[in-house]
Write a protein that binds this ligand. Structure first.
Ligand code: NIG
Ligand code: FE
Length: 430
């Protein structure tokens, strides 16, 4: 058999293999570890996954050059992290808001007073396309250095047709340029723009009659068509959109062909989780105030529960979404950074995993599955990435640690030595 690249001598090969399904409940404790493991890569995909002895026996390594054989030196090799919830296309920063929050101001209060998301909207509308591309690429670089190989990116700082489409163009451009695979999400229903401050229903009308159809046309003509899903998301919350408004947006989106997501239960339980699960959303995200009844519904559904523990950490809060309860109830849980300029300025999935272990009581293997295979299912790419299984894209990390549990344990550490994306070395820390 022929291979373009072999990575061998992985003291722990963490596969997160799932057999084509997200992992739920106690299955999240299994990271599918192979001791002294190896992978063989051909045409950007995994041609074989197994023990070093098996893989080196399967391929004629005498014909391979030094550059085609990577000795992991006994270190951990694992799937590239998948970040299923980010808002990394934006201009400006919210350092003043950071200080206000340290002094005790409240996130929704800042938003209601025209700050928060709305201040980022003003800066993003003013920013030229090229500037947004440059700044967003720099954020992807930070994510790659932390081990992310695939991420979802939302619009939602344009809040009018032209600027939301500009954000989609930026997402397409950075996806074209950067090694990280990106999945686009249309989030025009992120906040009520100042022009519609007193009549959010009129804005919802505009989203449904004009913005969503234009966005779908954009997708049909983009590089993502037939390669990546296109999601529609809403922020269902006081000071943003009601359950009825959110449902209206999601129903229109679904009829156009979008897959669905929803920000729900971040601060207030309005019933958004139930609504989005009923609509068969691919994911519901945040889940801090989800009810027991809704947890039971989630456990029985195909919807992934994405938690964002970086937000609570960034708010200095001790209250977190009860991800332990979600997993124990049988839900498929994923972890994200929610990387954005306000509630979670964090590019690092290892940091999100570290917080999830401490405050949401995930065990390290659960955090790994949450940041890889389940995250991939949360963005519709579970059959392509998120685990090291034969036939999947060769997205993997060579770490500088010998026990995978050190990733959430040694928080803040730079533990990624090499990133291999679709079979090519995309980042090398050495
Ligand atoms: O997921 N909650 C709404 N949206 C983002 C925050 C965006 C921002 O603060 O700019 C979130 O937390
Ligand atoms: Fe978000």
């Amino acid at each position: 058999m022929k291979a373009d690249l072999i990575v061998y001598n992985a003291g722990q090969l963490v596969t997160c293999a799932s057999g084509g399904q997200p992992k739920r409940g106690s299955a999240m404790l299994d990271v599918g570890m192979i001791a002294d493991g190896a992978v063989a890569i051909s045409d950007g995909n995994l041609a074989a996954v197994g023990s070093s002895a098996d893989i080196l026996g399967l391929f004629d390594t005498r014909k391979m050059s030094d550059g085609q054989m990577i000795d992991a030196g006994g270190a951990v090799v694992c799937p590239g992290f998948v970040d299923p919830h980010t808002h990394i296309v934006f201009a400006g920063n919210r350092l003043d808001e950071f200080e206000l929050k340290i002094k005790g101001s409240d996130y929704l209060e800042i938003l209601a007073n025209g700050g928060g998301i709305i201040s980022t909207v003003q800066r993003t509308r003013e920013a030229p396309f090229e500037a947004l591309v440059k700044q967003s690429l720099a954020r992807l670089d930070k994510m790659l250095a932390c081990g992310t190989t695939t991420c979802e990116i939302k619009t939602g700082y344009g809040l009018n047709t032209a600027d939301e489409l500009k954000m989609l163009d930026v997402i397409a451009e950075i996806g074209r340029i950067h090694a990280i695979d990106v999945v686009p999400t249309f989030l025009a229903a992120h906040a009520v723009p100042p022009e519609f401050k007193d009549d959010s229903d009129v804005y919802i009308q505009l989203i449904c009659s004009e913005m969503l159809p234009r966005a779908w046309r954009w997708y049909s003509e983009s590089q993502f068509h037939n390669k990546s899903p296109f999601f529609c998301d809403v922020f269902c919350e006081n000071a943003a959109f009601s359950v009825e408004q959110s449902r209206t947006v999601l129903e229109t989106a679904r009829s156009l062909g979008f897959m669905l997501k929803a920000h729900v239960d971040e601060f207030t339980n309005l019933g958004g989780s139930r609504m989005a699960i009923d609509m068969n959303a691919a994911s519901i995200d945040h889940l801090d105030t989800i009810s027991d009844d809704e947890i039971a519904l989630l456990a029985k559904s195909d919807t992934i529960g994405i938690v964002t523990p970086t937000v609570n950490f960034n708010f200095g809060s001790c209250e977190f979404a009860d991800a332990r309860k979600l997993i124990d109830a049988g839900c498929a849980v994923a972890v994200s950074t929610d990387y954005n300029p306000g509630s979670a300025p964090c590019p690092s999935q290892p940091m999100a995993m570290a917080i999830a272990c401490r405050y949401q009581k995930l065990l390290p293997p659960e955090a790994f599955n949450a940041a890889t295979i389940n995250a991939a299912f949360g963005i519709g790419l579970g059959s392509r990435t998120g685990s090291l299984e034969t036939g999947k894209q060769a997205d993997l990390l060579i770490l500088n640690i010998s026990d995978y549990r050190e990733i959430p344990f040694e928080f803040g550490a730079a533990s990624v030595k090499k990133v291999i994306k679709a079979g090519t070395v995309a980042y090398d820390a050495s």
